[in-house]
Design a protein around this ligand. Structure first.
Ligand code: ZN
Ligand code: ZN
Length: 197
């Protein structure tokens, strides 16, 4: 990474709208993820190598995106709504992947390390900046389900849902009893329902 922690934090704060402890945690997570997967310059020379899965839609996710340059609209950022402060970093060239989870203990770390600092945010900032990676994160080597249909670039396939008629890209359809293509909401229920009347 070319930028210092402070430079990255400032950028994150600008993009995210405020500077918070979650951003700092996200920056540390992104730096660690890139380092462990051998992605040295994620926004420059290595920008085609990195895919990141985030498991929560909170501050941390914005920081990971800002630091690494991955974007939902470029398919380099994937979102799974698990409600966990966690992210997986994949180097598509080497197939190396690590999943990093923020430890719940890291919250208490700030209180126990700097009880004399009254301001909670300041305690957290100081701690998240200084703590060792092992104190903040659990790291595991993983393999990720990642195929041709998940990769950046032009859509690989497009079919229409037999029931609602809406188009579905990249093999995200399911199949009905007769093998007909169905979108996920039609086949299995979605997050929305049409309003009657
Ligand atoms: Zn925030
Ligand atoms: Zn449908």
């Amino acid at each position: 990474m070319r930028q210092s922690l402070d430079e990255l934090l400032e950028e994150c704060g600008r993009l995210h709208g405020h500077l918070c402890a979650g951003q700092l945690l996200g920056v540390r997570m992104a730096l660690l993820g890139c380092r462990l997967t051998g992605v040295d310059d994620p926004r420059g020379a290595d920008r085609k190598k990195l895919i990141v899965w985030v498991e929560i839609d909170r501050c941390m996710a914005d920081a990971v995106g800002a630091v690494t340059g991955v974007r939902l609209g470029k398919r380099s950022l994937k979102f799974f709504d698990y409600g966990k402060v966690a992210a997986t970093f994949l180097n598509t060239e080497s197939s190396e992947a690590v999943r990093i989870v923020a430890l719940d203990e890291s919250r208490n770390l700030a209180d126990s390390r700097y009880p004399q600092i009254e301001n909670r945010k300041e305690r957290q900032f100081r701690t998240y900046r200084e703590a060792m990676d092992e104190e903040l994160f659990k790291v595991e080597r993983v393999t990720v389900e990642y195929g041709e249909m998940d990769a950046p670039g032009r859509p690989r396939a497009r079919v229409a849902c037999e029931r609602c008629g809406e188009g579905i890209n990249d093999g995200r359809e399911l199949r009905g009893m007769g093998g007909e293509p169905l979108c996920r909401p039609c086949a299995a229920g979605g997050y929305y329902k049409a309003r009657m009347g």
